[in-house]
Design a protein. Structure first.
Length: 457
């Protein structure tokens, strides 16, 4: 990979929530580590100027809990500038080009609604800012297969695929990256990482809060589009993929895409949708909304390694707790030795947790202290301390500036993910109401076939 370091970063939507909650602090952290020493041109319709942008950046960084080093912030502030304008007005892009000067290549980050992608891409191309440049898109990339194909066609008029970066911030999380290291840097796992020894896999993304004032947006998206089609399927792909053949960025992406190709498309009876009580009263939500705030699905991977192994994913808002984790459960011993007559030993499990803390837990059986020769469950924990200045957006923005696409979604992977969920985007059963603070509709238990249980409780 011979990518060129970017010489300017153009951030569209700099006045939005994503910038306030994630991007400003990422820019600060990248500046602190010396990875961001180029002009950052913020673009939005808000009536701001350079000083306003710097003030908003400081407020957002403080809101994120950063202890600001004034020397670091001064370096960042010196690189910040602002262009106010309409994304459909070519004068806006002329001003952006003037700010960028002859710096090339540029990275353009589109933290804006997909309906504006066409205008921004055409505007960048009209000023030559696409030449050798890279473009970064937020998820979800499209609303279904047809819109994703349409967006790809728009983008690739002016940017070839190797310069298109579709961001999924889950792939930038330290715990998710460690999942790959844990799998492929430890030979002890490979002999048992298959259908002969794995009982099943569960992936949970639970949040204990609701839509938090984002009802109008969420009501047009729902859990399937918001997190299942992207975040959770990416975690499944990382857990199920074969070892990459090399360290080349596309070698890793090839293996993730192979897994997605092997996953059967969902059907109505492999999906349970739910909606928390009171959701329809949220501001911006339709009074008769059927949008799911909870989705649980059972996937099958038709590959030699995983045939017959159930992969259960679930995601929801207003649940019991906030947790993101994936658990691989292994088959139980063929005979219950060293156990009480009424207490057979439980299965071994490996759990990869990304929230609220990063870590890996290995559930084993060990002797219970005392005279009796019986076993009991015990857990071995590996806890990760998140490195300073290394949040998901720090990592992914840095990769985009360097030109490393390893942790970004590729066109074929995005289309396969839409292919998997598309049959149930519109053809599905009504969302079932569930209580806030619960684990969602009890009907979701049907996905476990009656001989398994939810691991995360």
């Amino acid at each position: 990979m011979n990518a060129t370091q970017a010489e300017a970063l153009i951030l569209f939507g700099i006045s939005g929530d994503l910038a306030r909650k994630m991007l400003f602090s990422a820019l600060y952290d990248l500046t602190a580590t010396g990875e961001l020493e180029v002009p950052v041109i913020g673009v939005a319709a808000s009536d701001w100027n350079d000083d306003t942008l710097r003030q908003r950046a400081r407020a957002a960084i403080e809101e994120a809990g950063e202890q600001i080093d004034e020397r670091v912030f001064a370096r960042l502030a010196a690189n910040l500038s602002y262009v106010a304008g309409d994304y459909r007005d070519r004068d806006t892009f002329a001003e952006i080009a003037a700010r960028a000067g002859d710096r090339a290549p540029t990275v353009s980050y589109l933290a804006i609604p997909p309906t504006l992608f066409d205008d921004v891409i055409e505007g960048l191309a009209a000023e030559g800012l696409n030449r050798n440049g890279r473009v970064v898109f937020e998820k979800p990339f499209g609303r279904d297969t047809a819109t994703a194909v349409e967006l790809n066609e728009i983008v690739q008029r002016h940017y070839p695929e190797d310069r298109v970066y579709r961001i999924d911030h889950f792939l930038g999380k330290e715990a998710v990256q460690n999942l790959m290291i844990f799998r492929f840097a430890n030979t002890i796992l490979e002999p048992i990482w298959n259908r002969h020894f794995v009982r099943g896999v569960q992936v949970t993304l639970a949040e204990d809060f609701g839509v938090e004032g984002r009802g109008a947006f969420y009501d047009s998206v729902g859990a399937l589009r918001d997190v299942v089609q992207n975040h959770l399927l990416q975690m499944v792909a990382l857990l199920a993929m074969e070892p990459p053949v090399s360290a080349h960025p596309d070698a890793l992406r090839d293996e993730r895409v192979k897994v997605l190709r092997a996953i059967r498309s969902l059907e109505p009876d492999t999906l349970i949708r739910g909606q928390y009580a009171g959701y329809r009263n949220e501001p911006g939500v339709a009074s008769d909304s059927d949008t799911e705030t909870y989705a649980a699905a059972r996937f099958e991977i038709d590959s030699w390694r995983w045939a017959g192994v159930p992969w259960i994913v679930r995601a929801g808002k207003a649940l019991t707790t906030t947790v993101t984790e994936a658990t691989v459960e292994f088959v139980q011993p063929p005979r219950p030795l060293f156990a009480h007559a009424d207490c057979a030993p439980g299965p071994n499990r490996i759990t990869f947790r990304a929230k609220p803390d990063d870590g890996i837990a290995l559930s084993m059986q060990a002797k219970v202290p005392g005279h009796a020769l019986v076993s009991g469950p015990t857990e071995l924990h590996l806890r990760h301390d998140r490195p300073a200045g290394r949040g998901a957006y720090d990592r992914l923005l840095g990769d985009a500036l360097r030109g490393d696409p390893s942790l970004f979604a590729r066109r074929d992977g995005v289309l396969e993910a839409w292919r998997i969920v598309e049959p149930v985007l519109n053809d599905h059963r009504p969302a079932l109401e569930y209580d806030r603070g619960s684990w969602g509709p009890r009907t979701a238990d049907v996905l476990l076939d009656g001989n398994w249980e939810w691991i995360t409780r």
